[in-house]
Ligand binder design. Structure first.
Ligand code: XIL
Length: 318
């Protein structure tokens, strides 16, 4: 393996991958996932989400999250922790009927427990995930409806108190290509939250996109330049570039390689871009076919663990 080794030599902090619980007992999968020279960083794809960590109010369960966190402990890979406050994969009891004080207590308890449990283990936490609609309006999540933008400020403050050493990130999708309403809304929100006294260390751009339609290197760099004015670091946190038409041709796979190169190249040329995480490394466990039926083959390895042209070109660029 070599992606992380090459990425570090090129000046990044890590090249990483998401790892999800169903793949942990697959030896062929784990051999590559645990290869530190390939992946210097891992992210639990689901195990640390609210529905897993606090499935009923005040009852915490860390089995799924720990299974992935323990791999990082054993290998020495960095752990990106994902995610504390998100509108999705949220248990029913976190309902929009709470008033401000009730919601503030629910968020406080959740973050104190979960970030407390993982204290010292996380290179970074995605403190708040996906607060905006694509048009730049705040999502009408249970948290937003109870507290407005203050739920974001509050979440960052509690996370900072609970685990002061971890990097605190805001994370979202469709904030990669400069510059749309969602990017502008993100920038305004980060300024508001910082002005209210909360620390935000990083902005994570998920980086889910489609072959042939993904942002250019220039567009990616323009966005990161704007985010870099606000925070100490930026990162691509969930990269996958899916084919919208299957089966793919050799030309499709070459296009995918070019699209991945734009992401890696943009990060390399952005001083504050610390790393790239792919949202799983093999098509065998990609979330894409489940989420977008008929689309897929978004990863760097195919489902038989063969490296694709995208892998080879990233390795040669790095
Ligand atoms: C996805 C997981 O990969 C799937 O297994 C799950 O069913 C749904 O969530 N943005 C995020 C990630 O921040 O948490 C999502 O992960 C993908 C989109």
């Amino acid at each position: 393996g070599q992606l992380d080794k090459l990425a570090k030599a090129a000046g990044l902090k890590y090249f990483g991958t998401a790892v999800d619980n169903p793949s942990l007992n697959n030896q062929a999968y784990m051999k590559i996932a645990r290869d530190k020279d390939e992946f210097g960083q891992i992210t639990p794809a689901n195990g640390q989400k609210w529905s897993n960590t606090e499935p009923s109010q005040g009852r915490f369960s860390y089995g799924s999250g720990d299974a992935v966190a323990n791999i990082a402990k054993q290998t020495g890979q960095l752990l990106r922790c994902h995610t504390l406050v998100w509108y999705n994969q949220l248990p029913g009891y976190v309902s929009s009927n709470y008033n401000r004080d009730q919601m503030q207590r629910i968020i406080t308890t959740h973050i104190q427990n979960v970030a407390g449990h993982y204290k010292g283990q996380c290179y970074a936490w995605d403190v708040v995930n996906e607060a905006f609609e694509d048009d730049g309006k705040f999502r009408q999540s249970a948290m937003y409806r109870a507290m407005g933008v203050d739920y974001i400020t509050h979440s960052f403050k509690i996370a900072a108190q609970t685990d002061p050493a971890t990097k605190l990130y805001y994370n979202d999708f469709n904030i990669e290509r400069c510059c749309n309403a969602k990017i502008n809304a993100t920038i305004a929100m980060i300024k508001t939250v910082q002005a209210a006294g909360a620390r935000v260390d990083g902005i994570g751009m998920q980086g889910h996109s489609r072959v042939g339609k993904s942002p250019s290197k220039r567009e990616l760099m323009d966005t990161m330049a704007r985010f870099s004015e606000l925070v100490e670091e930026v990162a691509y946190t969930e990269v996958d570039i899916r084919h919208t038409k299957l089966p793919t041709t050799a030309a499709d796979r070459e296009q995918q390689a070019k699209d991945y190169l734009d992401v890696v190249g943009a990060c390399l040329e952005t001083p504050k871009c610390v790393g790239i995480t792919i949202w799983d490394y093999t098509d065998q466990y990609s979330w894409i076919p489940g989420q977008y039926p008929g689309e897929g083959e978004a990863c760097l390895w195919d489902r038989s663990y063969n490296k694709k042209p995208a892998y080879t070109s990233i390795a040669s660029l790095l």
